[in-house]
Design a protein around this ligand. Sequence first.
Ligand code: GLP
Length: 240
Amino acid sequence: MIKIRIFDNTKEAGIYAASLAEQVILRNTSTVLGLATGSTSIPFYDALVRFCNEGLNCNGVTTFNLDEYVGLPSNHPQSYRHFMDVHLFSKVKISDMNIYFPDGTAADLKAECNRYDNVLKDYELDFQLLGIGTNGHIGFNEPSHLLLSNTHVVSLSKDTIQSNARFFQSELDVPRQAITMGVQAILQAKQIVLMAFGYDKAKVVAQAVQGQIRTDLPATMLQLHRDVTFVLDAKSSSEL
Ligand code: GLP
């Protein structure tokens, strides 16, 4: 059963989601967080940074990010690594050695995916943060007739390119490919928190929670997990 929590505003929602992460961090001496990017996750990072400023110790935290665009170097303003540097890593004490990211500029992308999976297999994700695409993608696991379990290179769907174009100068600038963690690593996380806000996400949130499990709506896979919480606002929950 997916747990649903609905908040008046995104700030409150971010504080709730970050407090779930805080509980995990406090329970373990070393915590492994799976992290997501996208505008929805910003209130989560704002709250987590606040908790750290207020005394939460993140020294023992290791992080794995879900995905990265192919071709964007880490200092590119739209790379996910840059997003994380701006919203979290520059503001809290997480050692650089404990931050793991797929490298979208690797010459051999397949080898890079294998490298990421090899690191991942030595860790257990205690907590996985997710956003959701309007097409139901999680990470960059796009709707398809099949889903891949391991980290892989994905061709971004037209929907995703269009909806992520808002962050680039034009749609033509959006990378056509990305590296994403597969559904196996996501579903093996002990706890999953998915955040979604706004009317744009209402339909897909309802399908993810109540619809049939299908690979052309990857977020429906979350119904198979034992500990998933959807953190929503009134708009994104309006079709439930
Ligand atoms: C990207 C990311 C996803 C994220 C989605 C939602 O496509 N790869 O992990 O869930 O954006 O983004 P936003 O929160 O900006 O709507």
